[in-house]
Design a protein around this ligand. Structure first.
Ligand code: BGC
Length: 340
């Protein structure tokens, strides 16, 4: 079932909320403001339905306090070191928005755009945004599409497609923060995180990858067999991380998967992606923000941002994020919900 409603905003129009519900009554609430997820409502093991995606009650709050909650991030997720790059010997200078670096496609990025959308089927919506040549400094008219599909097996699929008329960069992600307890005032440090990754990309003090891959073996970054976040935090000695923060790119092994499990509620999210990495970010900066009537706790949510590695344009062995007119972009990330 799909339901579309106009929603009010003091600053923007037209803003819509699109709700997809599957046969198990799982619901995903989406909006064309940022092509974003605003709620993901699932049951716990007692059958109680709650929202597990960090979000606000109103669109205006997303504009005022946003930490990229649930949004599509683009054109390029993560940081571009020193806000510059070159393609085919053409130098591109971007406007820094994170110290001297360039974060999440610049300001304003995809998260602040009003996207067009089309309901394709009862369980499928496609958002479309034409990012004009030169927007935030990027070359090329980029036609970006993000399709959300909620199937009856309780998987939310996010499919990215894009074309450009000039060589440009493209590395989108979704920035949903999961809080599987359904209570944003609690810390997510009671969640068990599993990541099929033998290596993490080392980052410097400004969160720019150094280019080195470090083995996770015997480090707090070894999530291969599942690790309670509070245990990982207590051992975290990672350069650049505050004591209770992960903000790190993991290079995925061949299963391209990660899971987040909350033993108390039984809720589990399993992520599968065609992308080569996942950036795990604990919502450290959300602490104290009021979201859906409650102040967010320390580490109120965790993102599993599937993407190519951040700053890939500066590291040959990170894989290419250059999009060219002759080859459209395509990537898919799925979040499967289950109870255990
Ligand atoms: C980045 C963080 C950044 C956050 C903003 C994350 O994806 O990795 O460094 O502070 O987004 O919400």
């Amino acid at each position: 079932m799909v339901k579309v409603d106009a929603v009010s905003s003091a600053n923007l129009s037209p803003v819509y909320q699109i709700v997809i519900e599957n046969k198990n009554h799982i619901q995903v609430f989406l909006t064309n403001f940022g092509a974003r997820i605003i709620q993901f409502i699932v049951p716990d093991k007692e059958g109680a339905f709650e929202n597990i995606s960090l979000g606000f009650d109103t669109i205006d709050e997303y504009m005022e306090k946003d930490l990229y909650f649930g949004t599509t991030v683009g054109r390029v997720a993560g940081r571009i070191g020193r806000s510059r790059f070159s393609i085919d010997d053409k130098e591109v200078q971007l406007m820094p928005n994170a110290g001297e670096n360039f974060l999440h496609g610049g300001t304003p990025g995809f998260e602040s755009r009003l996207w067009d959308f089309q309901v394709n089927k009862e369980n499928e919506v496609t958002f479309t945004y034409l990012s004009p040549d030169g927007e935030n400094g990027f070359p090329g008219n980029l036609l970006a599409k993000v399709m959300y599909v909620l199937d009856d097996k309780d998987t939310l699929h996010i499919k990215y497609i894009a074309t450009t008329d000039q060589p440009t960069l493209y590395n989108p992600t979704n920035h949903i923060y999961f809080a599987l307890s359904g209570d944003f005032s609690q810390s997510t440090d009671d969640h068990v995180l599993t990541i099929d990754a033998d290596f993490v990309a080392e980052v410097d003090d400004e969160k720019i990858p150094t280019g080195r891959f470090l083995s996770v073996e015997k480090t707090p970054f070894d999530f291969r067999k599942g690790q309670l976040l509070s245990d990982a935090f207590s051992e975290s000695i990672w350069k650049g991380n505050t004591p209770k923060e992960f903000d790190d790119p993991f290079l995925l092994n061949s299963s391209h998967s990660a899971q987040l499990f909350h033993p108390q509620s039984g809720r589990k999210i399993s992520m599968y992606t065609t992308s080569s990495s996942v950036v795990v970010y604990t919502a450290t900066h959300a602490e104290g923000l009021s979201a859906q009537g409650k102040p967010c706790g320390e580490c109120a949510g965790i993102t599993l941002e599937a993407q190519e590695l951040p700053d890939a344009i500066h590291h040959d062995d990170f894989g290419s994020i250059i999009l060219r007119p002759e080859k459209p972009f395509s990537a898919t990330t799925s979040y499967h919900f289950s109870l255990e």
